[in-house]
Ligand binder design. Structure first.
Ligand code: KG4
Ligand code: ZN
Length: 335
C-alpha cells in the first residue's frame, strides 16, 4: 500500500473524512452535510455546527476507514483543517486529529482550508505544472492566488467586502430561494436572460485585482424592495441570470488580468463557487481566447470535503511539513 493519508475537515457545516493513497487514489470521501439543519435559519449557526460535528466526527471517520478497506495501522499521517473557519467547528476536527495522531504515533499535518480547496485540482490532475494561478471562490473567500511553486501561495487579490459565495447566498435568501443559494441561482439562471437587468460591476481602481460584491448585492436587494413596494412581479430567472452574469464577468476579467500579469498559462478554479456553470463556461471561453487552459475539480470536490484536505496533506507529508501536537484552530488563518 502506498502513502495513506486520513483527511479530516470540520471548518464549517460539513463533517468529512477521507482516505487518500499516494495523493491520487481516493479510497473514500465521506461528507456528512448539516445543510438541512442550518437551512431553517437561512445560514450556518456556529453553535449548532460545533455540536453536530462533535456527534458526527467519530462515525464519519470510522465510515471513511471502513469504505476505504483500511485499518488504523495502514494510516501514515492525519491531515486536518485548522483554519480558516468557525473556531468551535474547527476545534472538533483538530482535537480528533491530534488524538488519533498521538494514539497511532503518526505525523499530524495542519492544512489551511483554502490550500485544501486549491489541492482539490491535484486529485484529478497531479500532472499540472507550475507556475499556476488559482481563483478561489467560496462562501468566505474570493482570492486570486499565484503559485510559482508547489506550496508557495502569493495573494494577488481578494474581496474587500462580501465573498462571491456569500453574495450568491444573500441574494438567494432575498429572492426567497433558500440556502445555500449558489446552486439554486445557478440552476434558475439557466432559464433566464442574463441581459434582462442592468446590474453594476465593480472593477475598482484601474488594474486592481481585488473584488467587491456588496454593491451588486445591494443593487439586487434594492430592486427587489422596489418591486415589492410597487407590487410588481419579479422574473426570478432573469434576475438570477443577470446577477450571476455580473458576478462572473468581474471574476473572469480579473482572473485573466492576473494570468496576463504573471504570464501563467494554466488557471485553476477552486471553492464552492467553482461549481458554478456560468463561471466555468465564461472563464473557459475567455481563457481559450487568451491562450490559457482552465482546470477545475469535479463538482462534488468543489464544495467542502476531506479528500482535498488529504491531498494538500499528502504534498506536505512529502515535504516533511508536520504540525506539533499542540496545533490549535486558527479561525482567521491566511494562506
Ligand atoms: O467552499 P464551500 O463549500 O465552503 C466554504 O469554504 O465557504 O463554498 C460554499 C459556497 C456557498 O456560498 C454556496 O452558495 C456556493 O459555494 N456554491 C455555489 C455553487 N455551489 C456552491 N455558488 C454558485 N454556483 C454554484 N453552483
Ligand atoms: Zn470551503
Amino acid at each position: 500500500m502506498g502513502i495513506t493519508i486520513l483527511g479530516i475537515e470540520t471548518s464549517c457545516d460539513e463533517t468529512s473524512a477521507a482516505v487518500l493513497e499516494d495523493g491520487i487514489t481516493l479510497r473514500s470521501n465521506i461528507v456528512s452535510s448539516q445543510v438541512d439543519i442550518h437551512k431553517k435559519f437561512g445560514g450556518v449557526v456556529p453553535e449548532v455546527a460545533s455540536r453536530k460535528h462533535l456527534e458526527n466526527v467519530h462515525p464519519v471517520i470510522m465510515e471513511a476507514l471502513e469504505q476505504a478497506k483500511v485499518t488504523l495501522k495502514d494510516i501514515n499521517a492525519i491531515a486536518v483543517t485548522y483554519g480558516p473557519g468557525l473556531v468551535g467547528a474547527l476545534l472538533v476536527g483538530v482535537a480528533a486529529a491530534k488524538a488519533m495522531a498521538y494514539a497511532l504515533d503518526v505525523p499530524l499535518i495542519g492544512v489551511n482550508h483554502l490550500e485544501g480547496h486549491i489541492a482539490a485540482n491535484f486529485l484529478t490532475r497531479p500532472d499540472l505544472e507550475f507556475p499556476l494561478l488559482c481563483l478561489v471562490v467560496s462562501g468566505g473567500h474570493s482570492d486570486l492566488v499565484f503559485m510559482p511553486h508547489r506550496g508557495d501561495y502569493q495573494l494577488l487579490g481578494r474581496t474587500r467586502d462580501d465573498a462571491a459565495g456569500e453574495a450568491f447566498d444573500k441574494v438567494a435568501r432575498a429572492m426567497g430561494l433558500g440556502y445555500p443559494g449558489g446552486p439554486l441561482i445557478d440552476k434558475l439562471a439557466r432559464e433566464g436572460d442574463a441581459s434582462a437587468l442592468k446590474l453594476p460591476r465593480a472593477f475598482l481602481e484601474e488594474g486592481s485585482l481585488d473584488f467587491s460584491f456588496s454593491g451588486l448585492k445591494s443593487a439586487v436587494l434594492n430592486y427587489l424592495n422596489r418591486a415589492e413596494m410597487r407590487q410588481e412581479e419579479v422574473n426570478k430567472a432573469d434576475l438570477a441570470a443577470s446577477f450571476q452574469q455580473a458576478t462572473v464577468e468581474v471574476l473572469v476579467e480579473k482572473t485573466l488580468l492576473a494570468a496576463e500579469r504573471t504570464a501563467v498559462k494554466t488557471i485553476m478554479l477552486a471553492g464552492g463557487v467553482a461549481a458554478n456553470g456560468g463561471l466555468r463556461s465564461l472563464l473557459q471561453t475567455r481563457a481559450l481566447a487568451a491562450g490559457c487552459t482552465v482546470v477545475y475539480p469535479p463538482l462534488h470536490l468543489c464544495t467542502d470535503n476531506a479528500a482535498m484536505i488529504a491531498c494538500a496533506g499528502y504534498y506536505k507529508y512529502l515535504r516533511g511539513d508536520f504540525a506539533p501536537l499542540t496545533l490549535n484552530a486558527v479561525p482567521a488563518l491566511s494562506l
